[in-house]
Structures are given as C-alpha cells and as structure tokens.
Design a protein around this ligand. Sequence first.
Ligand code: ADP
Length: 262
Amino acid sequence: MSVSVTEAGPPPLLAIRGLSKSFGSHHVLRSVDLDVSRGEVVTVIGPSGSGKTTLLRCVNFLETYDGGSIRIDGAEVGFSDGEGRRRRGERDLARMRAETGMVFQQFNLFPHLTAAENVMLGLRRVRGKGKAEARSIAEHWLGRVGLGHKADSLPGELSGGQQQRVGIARAVAMDPKILLLDEITSALDPELVGEVLDVVRSLAGDGMTMLMVTHEIAFARDASHRIVFMADGAVAAEGPPAELVANTAGNERLGAFLARFR
Ligand code: ADP
C-alpha cells in the first residue's frame, strides 16, 4: 500500500487530546494525544496492559473518560455539544457509536441470528432501514468479505475467521466514519488470521479510516500508514512503520518490545 498521508491538510477525522482514564486508583490512560486523518490506517501496538483496548473503547464510548477530549469530525464523543458537557442520551449514543464501527476480539455475534441478520440488526434499529434495504446492504457487505454464500448460516456453522469477517461486515455496513479494530485476530487459529487481515487490507485500500490495536507486528508494518506505540497509558513513540521500526535507539521500551517479534 502506498503511504500518502501528508502533515498539512484538512483537520483530522479523529482528534484525541489529553485523554485520561482511571479505573479506581489505577491510572490507565495518561493524557493521550492522537490524531487519525481521513483515509489513514493507524495501528496501536504495545505491551499488554498499556491501555490500548481502553483507548479504543473510549473512542466508541464503551468506556467513559475522566478528562481530555475525543472529537470525531469535530463532535465530542462522550458528550452532546454545549457548555454543560451533558451526557448523551441512549438513542443519541447509539447513533454516535454507529459513526465508529467496532470489531471485537471475540466477534460478539448473536448466535441465534444468521450472518445476514447479524449485519441487518444495526441497520434496522439504528439506521432505521427497512427490511429489504437492510438485507440488500447486508448481502453486499457479506459479499465484500467473501461470505456471500454464507448469508443464511448461523455463527456456529462458520469458522472463527468467517465469523470475524461477519463482524467486519456488520461494522462497515453501518457506514462508519472510522473503523475500530480491537485485536481482531487474537482469538483465531493461526491459519485463519490471513483471511481476516486480507479483508482489513482490502478495506484500507478502499480508503477506509481505521484505528487498529494489533499484535500482528508484521501486518502493522506493511498495512498501516502510522504505528503508535503505547506504554504505561501514554503514547511513547509514533511514526511511519519503517521509521518507527528503524529508530528504536532512543527508546528502550520500544526496542525491547519490538525485539520480541524479531
Ligand atoms: P491493553 O489493551 O494494552 O492490554 P487494556 O486497555 O486492556 O490494556 O488495560 C489497561 C489496564 O486497565 C490493565 O491494567 C487492565 O487490567 C485495566 N482495566 C481494563 N479494563 C478495566 C476495567 N473494566 N476495570 C478495571 N481495570 C480495567
């Protein structure tokens, strides 16, 4: 994939500033600043427990945050705009979440619904689509992830890789502004990882904006525009993959982390 994101240009699609979050006395995010531009693919790497998943969950407001700001296309994620920082209502929250399609490690498909029905659910309930239109959008995206022939299968009839591809279809069918991918290959047998990463690569090639937490360092290196290295709840390094991987001299933690994958 060519790397063509420039420094100057339009404001970032996702702008995170001074984000902080604690669980009790455990300070998990410590003033995180991170931008993602439209069409950019950013991967977040780092040791277990460094706050990567919590960061993604804050962007989708599955977690509240204590301080700082997360803006998507200028709109604050956690709060309706206005002086009072009023929390969003449930319907408003569902609509906002649809702007940030999330794909989870454990697929999170409804086991009693077919692949197509899993994809249709949000389209009907959140996007207000009629049944026929929702079905047609679901078929389109299932086809796009190579599962057109599995539309009427239940998740239990699909392999892990296929289930995860349904998860991706479900997220992109909502036409989100940004796709959030949280270790989406971690629960898969090694031989199923490739088919899922191929789908991600292909969506990236179409210009989908993505923020992705991954342990697949080789994938991060060849499929993302920028890698962000998190340690202890903060961004400890970031840059284009080749640069980041080549310049570990001044950053001991990054060097030690990457050495584990050599
Ligand atoms: P990573 O994705 O980098 O492995 P996480 O964001 O999952 O890190 O977790 C960061 C830290 O926050 C960990 O120490 C984890 O135990 C803690 N944590 C995450 N979620 C919760 C929660 N709901 N309650 C309490 N602690 C949590």
